[in-house]
Ligand binder design. Sequence first.
Ligand code: OOG
Ligand code: MG
Length: 263
Amino acid sequence: MIKTDVIDQIAFELYEAEKQKKSVNKFVDAYPEMDEAFAYQIQERLIEMKCKEEKTQRVGRKLGLTSKAKQVMMGVHEPSYGVLLENMQLFEGERISLAPFIHAKVEPEIAFIFNREVKGPHVTVADVLAATEYIAPALEIIDSRFQGFKFTLSDAVADNSSSSRYIIGERFYSPENFDLKLMGMVFKQNGEVVATGAGAAVMGHPARAIAWLANRLYKVGQSIQPGEVVLSGSLSAAIKIEAGDHFSASFDGIGSVEAIFTE
Ligand code: OOG
Ligand code: MG
């Protein structure tokens, strides 16, 4: 097969896996040529397909695998990124049905909302903070399209970094009054603490993950746009969601975000 056919084929299989709720085997075994750069081309194709078929649009980005906990959990050593679409956003207070998911997990994250472009190749933590209009607590629902949540970094990249849905808390704060690396976080499932962490869990500083993203996007001629939201990556390991679960992530000084799941 020629390269564009492989890109179309894998993007289509991932698209169908999500729609049919049927996980697939990781692709790197069948397509050894699928390196990271190739995987980002597949992701781009998948996003185009979703925008067209689901009549939605891009609203931001997500970082994945930015914390040691997540890298150890998934056996990789580098972060990844994905695209957030408008129809992935859910809102606090609504009961979230697990019906659309294959094997969803939830992660506590800090969301950044930008009012300026953030463009590589030399973006620093200070540049990211200067371009940030607001930060807010967030929960990301991830749902890998791969069997058993097992994949290589390239597989996950092709699969839009396992993204599925996200919820942003309803209060927004300017980042200037906070030291994000020291910002504490308590993650609870049904009232019990399942993880604790601090912003530094994400690459030493959540804004460093975003600087990495901007510098990485530069290589493909892209940047973070004004108005976009970026999820900076989970502060802890992801937790499997069961029907009836109630999750909350509370962050020092910026409040909390909650989600309730049903069958
Ligand atoms: C990849 C996505 C991880 C995060 O915040 O680390 C991610 C995965 O583990 O499935 O979203
Ligand atoms: Mg995440």
